[in-house]
Design a protein around this ligand. Sequence first.
Ligand SMILES: NC(=O)c1ccc[n+]([C@@H]2O[C@H](COP(=O)([O-])OP(=O)(O)OC[C@H]3O[C@@H](n4cnc5c(N)ncnc54)[C@H](OP(=O)(O)O)[C@@H]3O)[C@@H](O)[C@H]2O)c1
Length: 308
Amino acid sequence: MNRRETLIIGASGFVGWYLMTALRQDRPVTGTYTHHRLPGLISLDMTDTENMRRVFDQVQPELVLCPARHSYVEGVERDPEGTRKFNIHPFSPLLELVRSAGSCLVFFSTEYVFDGTAGPYSEDAPTNPINEYGRQKLAVERMIQSALENYLIIRLSAPYGWEYQNKNFVVNLLRDLRAEKPVAVPCDQIVTPTYIVNFVCAVKALVVTGCTGVYHVAGSEPMVRTEFAKLVAEVFDLDSTLVRPVLTSELNLLAPRPVSAGLKTERAQARLGFRLTPPKEGLKAMRATEAEYAACFSELQRKSCESD
Ligand SMILES: NC(=O)c1ccc[n+]([C@@H]2O[C@H](COP(=O)([O-])OP(=O)(O)OC[C@H]3O[C@@H](n4cnc5c(N)ncnc54)[C@H](OP(=O)(O)O)[C@@H]3O)[C@@H](O)[C@H]2O)c1
């Protein structure tokens, strides 16, 4: 039995892939995928309890990170019952497995547990989710807090960075700005843009130093989404006039969004030996590493095709 093993459930996703890359530098890590098979990952479907049990038997993890999720904010709002079957129900058996293995669980939550009337929020601010995604995340936070002592709940906000599946706000925005397409961006939503490379270093540092409880890990500056989008254009030498400010209410979204949100990060910052990255610095780092990540993702793609 290898008691130093780390299990990442959802290592094929945006956050999970970066977590795996950072943690693998100095410990054995097993990562899982469900639909997007990447080289070196094992298959796991959290809705299948037997599958989870087999993976725990095989890996015997001392540390379990779970950045898995099913569907996005709009998808969760459209199908609350269907998405609860993944986003909430499998956590009962998972927490039981974590408890009997004596592992530490790291769960990834969101600023959407707050209502967006008085952000940016500290960890102890009262929660009051206004959409189903926030309600589901808060439900799991509470399950973890009542079942485990050895846990870390990390809330994050607007993560960005190069991504194999090209899903996050910045990569989508860059695609449109480079195609000279105007982009409607909410001018009334405040977030704390979080550079993914810095985020996973911070998570790793919190884990390694044995922190438990709830932590906000995000960028160092809350920003209105339009300001952030214009900053993206500026750093990448693109036309910032293509960023069209709109009110969230004009976007005809199904799920209400917490508008004045964002996360205060003093608690995490006090435990880290380095700074959480401000948005301009994160975007410059992204620009400087574009070719490196493009090469890395095309290699991943090549290896995935080979193993099909
Ligand atoms: N991205 C954001 O804007 C944001 C903001 C705040 C909080 N968060 C939180 O951060 C965490 C990571 O988000 P992300 O953007 O990295 O998500 P993501 O890219 O969508 O990745 C989700 C992961 O979950 C896996 N998964 C899907 N169905 C599964 C199942 N049935 N069993 C086990 N794993 C399954 C996916 O595997 P396959 O792809 O292989 O199916 C993938 O690895 C989530 O908890 C999310 O709520 C994200």
